[in-house]
Design a protein around this ligand. Structure first.
Ligand code: HEC
Ligand code: HEC
Ligand code: HEC
Ligand code: HEC
Ligand code: HEC
Ligand code: HEC
Length: 405
């Protein structure tokens, strides 16, 4: 006869194994892949067989070797130019549509995109297979979403734990019944519910069970923490594809055009402003007229529709931020907050833009009071009362109302 102890060990191993498989979905870091895919590739590719601008990417990891995919994503035109037959045929098949090059993504990042695409292909099948076991969790509409699948798996896990507890108490009741003793005859008279409750108590004091439960809870908390950490980092690193492939590296870097030539509000207003197509036309009515990217500027002007630039940095409405205060009065460089924009092909959000980030700088940064008569009195006052230099926090940079309406 199977002893209770062995049964418990088997059950706990099962749960842990099951949990490992849940965590495994995350381990391939499909989350990063998903983000990269949605920000860059999904305008032209679906994760299914469906053709958007380019081919559907379902099964791409079987179709092409990973080295090839990496080379391709880094520079499709170079692969085509090298005479690679597959690439040339594909290029012709898609009417010589040019795929954007992504030289900036590492091999690991491209692999995470592929892992995400593969996960999308298996996700719906796995959910459909698992659902009948639970009986309750029907596969939700559009469950191809990896996040949804994880929730279902976790729900299943919960159900399994309950089933396990019930099973263990039944087994333990049965064992008692089997061993003939006056006590067990007594036990038969005790109502079933009460017996289950008693066995539940015993179970709760069993050390193997306790360890198992503690492990489970730790893992769940760990997972929740990880997920929220992903959430916080969501916007940092955000680099959406823009409707026109405008390069800061070319304009602000190589051609050294001043930031405020285009971002006209940055030294004098709250917002920096995104330039209108007219500003582009100052140069592009003559430069590179034939380029398809420049043609898009003309089209926007002809149709009188502004270019739909995708916003990168975006504070929630509850916060007030003023550029002039920081660039002009504070004397800060753009790089302090935006990183090396002049080296970026595609603008990326480099700072977290959280409240903690603002506050941290206000604690550390000295007020730029030189040559600013407005501050002379304040500095004088500060120096009589404090030792260190006057920081932003000393002029009210930590007051809630300064940043919140
Ligand atoms: C502007 C549209 C566009 C974007 C954005 C784009 N692609 Fe493509 N992709 C294409 C086109 C079009 C093709 C077909 C070949 C061609 O015409 O150059 C292609 C082909 C591919 C192929 C080969 C497919 C096959 O069936 O063999 C892979 C892999 C690929 N792209 C991956 C990516 C990844 C990964 C991203 C995002 C990082 C991406 N693409 C972004 C347009 C795009
Ligand atoms: C020739 C015009 C031009 C110049 C010069 C220029 N930019 Fe831009 N900038 C743009 C356009 C157009 C966009 C919107 C498209 C994009 O994000 O690439 C933009 C976007 C940005 C963004 C992101 C805006 C958002 O949506 O959050 C930042 C930050 C930025 N620029 C900073 C700079 C800095 C710093 C410099 C100087 C080193 C600079 N820019 C120079 C035209 C310009
Ligand atoms: C002060 C002049 C100037 C302004 C203003 C300007 N550009 Fe440019 N742009 C250039 C120069 C110079 C080149 C490089 C041309 C070359 O490679 O021969 C260029 C190249 C480009 C290219 C690459 C074209 C290609 O196919 O190689 C794009 C896209 C572009 N600019 C978009 C814009 C947009 C959008 C704006 C407005 C937000 C803008 N530019 C404003 C000077 C300017
Ligand atoms: C103290 C930090 C800081 C400095 C310095 C700074 N920015 Fe910003 N920038 C921000 C924040 C925060 C946002 C988001 C604002 C929002 O969403 O309201 C932003 C947004 C932008 C945008 C998007 C459009 C807008 O106005 O919201 C552009 C363009 C931009 N900055 C350009 C610049 C340029 C160019 C410089 C340098 C001359 C600069 N920034 C200096 C923090 C800074
Ligand atoms: C890189 C450092 C830095 C960061 C990051 C920064 N600030 Fe500042 N901030 C300053 C400096 C320096 C001043 C002082 C400017 C002056 O001399 O008035 C200042 C001043 C201010 C003031 C005026 C305070 C007063 O008492 O007059 C406000 C409001 C403000 N910042 C809001 C923000 C918000 C909101 C953010 C985040 C989105 C932010 N700042 C991020 C450096 C920073
Ligand atoms: C230097 C600027 C600054 C100061 C000072 C400041 N905040 Fe904020 N706060 C922000 C920014 C920027 C955000 C939005 C970014 C974020 O959610 O992290 C924010 C977000 C918040 C939120 C929303 C948080 C959320 O998760 O949505 C609350 C609540 C808040 N602040 C309360 C306060 C209180 C209370 C104070 C005074 C003790 C204060 N703030 C002082 C800049 C500031």
């Amino acid at each position: 006869m199977i002893t209770i102890k062995r049964l418990k060990i088997v059950a706990i191993t099962m749960i842990l194994g099951f949990f490992a498989s849940v965590v495994g979905v995350k381990a391939q870091d499909t989350a990063e892949g998903e983000q990269i895919f949605k920000n860059n590739c999904s305008t032209c590719h679906a994760v299914t067989d469906e053709v958007v601008v380019g081919p559907g990417l379902k099964g791409i990891s079987q179709r092409r070797p990973i080295d090839w995919i990496v080379k391709w994503v880094h520079n499709p035109q170079a692969v085509i130019a090298s005479g690679d037959k597959y690439a040339v045929d594909l290029y012709n098949k898609y009417n010589k549509a040019q795929m954007t090059a992504y030289p900036g993504y590492s091999e690991a990042q491209i692999k995470s995109v592929i892992a995400y695409i593969d996960a999308q292909a298996v996700a719906p099948v796995a959910v459909a297979g698992a659902a009948p076991v639970a009986g309750a969790a029907a596969p939700a509409e559009g469950a191809s979403n990896g996040g949804m699948m994880q929730y279902i798996l976790i729900a299943l896990l919960g159900v399994m734990v309950l089933v396990l507890i019930a099973l263990l108490s039944i087994v333990s009741s049965l064992t008692k019944l089997a061993s003939v003793s006056p006590e067990s005859a007594e036990a038969q008279k005790i109502p079933l519910l009460q017996r289950i409750a008693e066995n539940g108590k015993k179970l709760a004091s069993n050390s193997a069970f306790k360890t198992g439960a503690a492990l489970l809870i730790t893992l769940l908390i760990g997972k929740a923490t990880l997920d929220s950490a992903y959430g916080i980092g969501m916007h940092q690193g955000y680099a959406p594809e823009q409707p026109i492939q405008f390069s800061h590296k070319l304009h602000a870097g190589q051609y050294e055009i001043n930031c405020n030539y285009c971002h006209t509000g940055v030294y004098k207003g709250k917002g920096a402003n995104i330039p209108s197509a007219n500003i582009c036309m100052n140069c592009h009515n003559a430069i590179k007229r034939e380029s398809p990217e420049i043609q898009k500027i003309y089209r926007s002007l002809e149709k009188d529709e502004p270019i739909q630039w995708v916003r990168v940095h975006n504070l929630p409405d509850l916060a007030y931020f003023n550029h002039a205060q920081h660039t002009n009065v504070g004397g800060l460089e753009c790089t302090n907050c935006h990183g090396e924009i002049a080296k970026m092909e595609v603008v990326q959000q480099r700072s977290s833009l959280t409240m903690g980030w603002c506050i941290d700088c206000h604690r550390k940064t000295e007020v730029n009071a030189k040559g600013n008569a407005y501050y002379d009195k304040l500095v004088e006052l500060h120096n009589t009362e404090h030792k260190g230099n006057m920081k932003v926090q000393d002029i009210g940079g930590l007051e809630c109302s300064k940043c919140h309406y």
